[in-house]
Every structure is written in structure tokens, then in C-alpha cells.
Write a protein that binds this ligand. Structure first.
Ligand SMILES: [Cu+2]
Length: 386
């Protein structure tokens, strides 16, 4: 017998029962859902309380271990960053800037043959990051950034790491397609290791120490750029490698070398932002070109956290291989290109008029903190600030 037939036979009583059944049918599941939701909320609240307690315990434990170098990235929760040391300079800063030997920005030649041997010696040591400002860095090859590497697509990159520092380190090549747990594994103090990868993908890539917390190892200076050049790129007359990096200081770095202020780094409030490791070094020692030449910038943003908005004042980026994508055609004639932290970009400019052309991150706080250099086209006298 169908439901329709029952309703027809039941009259008003049947309608009442039907309404009640309908009401109960809707209400009971709703009440059950509310009960379930309340139970889940209570459970979540308990979990939150457990997490908060665990976090507080970690923070306490972390604070007591900060004196060592084994602190974890979560160890500064609740800590207060040291004050900003941005722009601090000794009285003879101008003379120191002139005396500073600017990091070579010219792209080195790629080796011939099928194998590109790369040796990276890991060491801890004091580096200069701005006029009169010293930092106790962790390095590949004694400099920050580490050496610029240039290979060609198809070459096998054979990397030899030697760790002359007192703690484990490693290297992570963004250009490599390998099992990172094997190739990028830690190298113990005093130990060496060699691994290889075939540079299959063209571009400009970051390399960096991947030892946990990688954040701390990158912020302390363990990064660099590798150019993987494809066949058939348009000719360039000058080629420069620029690596952007941030510095987070626990002290000014004048009387004694500064170390990492991890809280400041977590809050992404750098004291200095640099091209190739030293604030403003290409203002006092400009990069050069002649009018009409094609100048190629291979740019990597090592971060650890802020992007670079690459811009050359007084011209446009005639070719812009955004994200270092050298497989597809470049974009043309753009003003500013984002280079993400951990990423790269390749940019060609061609400047017909003699003059001094600043190159910056157009995220202008970074200029204020040191990320500005000059391209002197035609050997003109003078300088320019920006
Ligand atoms: Cu490291």
C-alpha cells in the first residue's frame, strides 16, 4: 500500500501524525548535530590547551638552549627582537666603503666538457656586510654569498662538500632533481662528501644549506647562485650575477661581529639587505657597460624570507625571463620583475644613453637597508644615490 493511500484514509488524525513525524524527523537530527558539534568543540578546546602547554614548554626549553648553536626555529617564541641596527655606520664609513673589495658580480665562465666539478668548503668566519659592520657568518667558501657557479644544460655537476666547521651542514641545489634525503644529507664536522646531478633544467637557481633549521643556516649566509645556461640564448655583452640576501643582527657589528637575531629573522625585519652580501658595494664600485650593449642580470633572491622586486632605474627590462624560466620566451619591456625568495630571474637591459643607472629592489625598504647598486654606462664620472 502506498503512502498516498494511507493519507487519504487517515483523515485529520493522519495529517496531525504526519506533521508530528515531519517535525520530529527534522528536529531530532538537528539536535543530534548540535550535540556532536558541542562534543567536537570541547575536544578541540582540550587539544588547543594541550598544544599551548606544549608550546610554552618548548619555548622555555628553547630559551635555555639559545646559547648553543642547536636552537630550533621555534625556540624564540615570545622572545623580543633586539633593536634595529639599520644604517649604523662608523665615522669613516665612506673610506671603508671605498676600501672594500666589491664581490665579483661578473658571471664566471662555464667549464668545458661534460662534467662541471664544484667544490664548496664550508666554514664559519667573520665577514663584512656593510661599511664597518661585521657578522659571524656560516659560509660556503668563506664568502656570503658562496661562489657563483656557471654550468651548461646537460653537464653533470659533481659537487664536493668539505665541512671545516664545528657543526653539521649540507647543500641543497634547486637546480637538481635528486632524492634530497640522500644528496642533500648532512655532512658532519671534518667530513666530506661528493654527489652529482645532471643539470637538465635551464635557469638561475639558488643553492643553500638545508640542515635544520634551514632558515637559520640561510640567514647566517649559507647560500649562492648557480646558472644553468641553455644553448641558443641571445648574446649578451656583459653578464652579472646578483644575489639578494637579508641580514638580521643581534648587535650593531661595529665593536664585535654580530650574530643572528632569530626573532628578528622570524619577524622579517632585517637590519641590512644586500646585493652579493655587502650593503651598497656597487654604489662605490659600480658595474659597468658601454652604451648599446646588452647587459644580462642573473638574479637570485636567497631571502631567507623577503622577495626582490628587480628594477633598473632609467630603463626597462627589455627581456625578462620571469622565475628564471628559460624554456619559454621572455616577456618584454617590463618595469619591475618579482624575484621570489628561493627563486630567480634573468633580465636583459640595453641602454643607449651614457649615465649612471641604479639597480634596486623596488620594494623600497630594501633600498633603505642597502640593496642598491649602480650600472655605469659609458664610464661617466660621478655617482648617484637613490
Ligand atoms: Cu648549514
Amino acid at each position: 500500500m502506498s503512502t498516498y493511500s494511507i493519507d487519504k484514509q487517515g483523515g485529520e488524525t493522519g495529517v496531525g501524525l504526519k506533521l508530528f513525524a515531519l517535525f520530529a524527523g527534522v528536529t531530532i537530527p538537528v539536535v543530534m548535530l548540535i550535540g556532536l558539534w558541542l562534543a567536537i568543540s570541547a575536544d578541540n578546546a582540550r587539544n588547543d590547551a594541550h598544544r599551548a602547554a606544549a608550546s610554552a614548554r618548548r619555548a622555555t626549553a628553547g630559551a635555555s638552549s639559545m646559547a648553543g648553536m642547536t636552537a630550533t626555529a621555534s625556540s624564540t617564541r615570545g622572545a623580543v627582537a633586539s633593536r634595529s641596527f639599520a644604517g649604523i655606520a662608523p665615522a669613516n664609513a665612506d673610506a671603508l666603503a671605498m676600501a672594500h673589495a666589491a664581490a665579483p658580480a661578473t658571471l664566471p665562465a662555464a667549464p668545458a666538457g661534460s662534467v662541471a666539478a664544484v667544490r664548496l668548503d664550508i666554514s664559519h668566519g667573520v665577514v663584512s656586510i656593510a661599511p664597518g659592520i661585521r657578522y659571524d657568518a656560516w659560509t660556503f667558501g668563506g664568502t656570503v654569498p658562496g661562489p657563483a657557479i656557471h654550468v651548461r644544460v646537460g653537464q653533470t655537476v659533481r659537487v664536493t662538500l668539505h665541512n671545516a666547521s664545528p657543526m653539521p651542514h649540507s647543500v641543497d641545489f634547486h637546480a637538481a632533481q635528486v632524492a634530497p634525503n640522500v644528496a642533500f644529507a648532512d655532512v658532519m664536522p671534518g667530513a666530506s662528501k661528493t654527489f652529482s646531478f645532471v643539470a637538465k633544467v635551464p635557469g638561475v637557481f639558488m643553492y643553500h644549506c638545508g640542515t635544520a633549521p634551514a632558515f637559520m643556516h640561510i640567514a647566517n649566509g649559507m647560500y649562492g647562485a648557480i646558472v644553468v645556461e641553455p644553448a641558443g640564448m641571445p648574446k649578451a655583452d656583459r653578464e652579472y650575477v646578483l644575489v639578494s640576501g637579508e641580514w638580521y643582527l643581534d648587535k650593531a657589528g661595529l665593536a664585535a661581529p654580530a650574530s643572528l637575531d632569530l626573532t628578528k629573522a622570524e619577524q622579517m625585519t632585517p637590519d641590512w639587505v644586500t646585493w652579493n652580501g655587502y650593503a651598497g658595494q656597487y654604489k662605490t664600485h659600480p658595474l659597468t657597460a658601454q652604451p648599446g650593449q646588452t647587459v644580462r642580470f642573473w638574479v637570485v633572491d636567497a631571502g631567507p624570507s623577503l622577495n626582490t622586486e628587480f628594477h633598473v632605474v632609467g630603463t626597462v627590462l627589455e627581456r625578462a625571463w620571469l622565475n628564471g624560466d628559460l624554456v619559454d620566451a621572455p616577456q618584454h619591456d617590463i618595469q619591475t620583475a618579482v624575484v621570489p625568495a628561493g627563486g630567480g630571474g634573468v633580465f636583459d637591459v640595453r641602454i643607449p644613453i651614457r649615465g649612471i643607472y641604479p639597480f634596486v629592489s623596488h620594494s623600497f625598504a630594501s633600498v633603505q637597508l642597502g640593496e642598491v647598486g649602480l650600472l655605469n654606462v659609458g664610464g661617466v664620472p660621478g655617482t648617484m644615490s637613490h
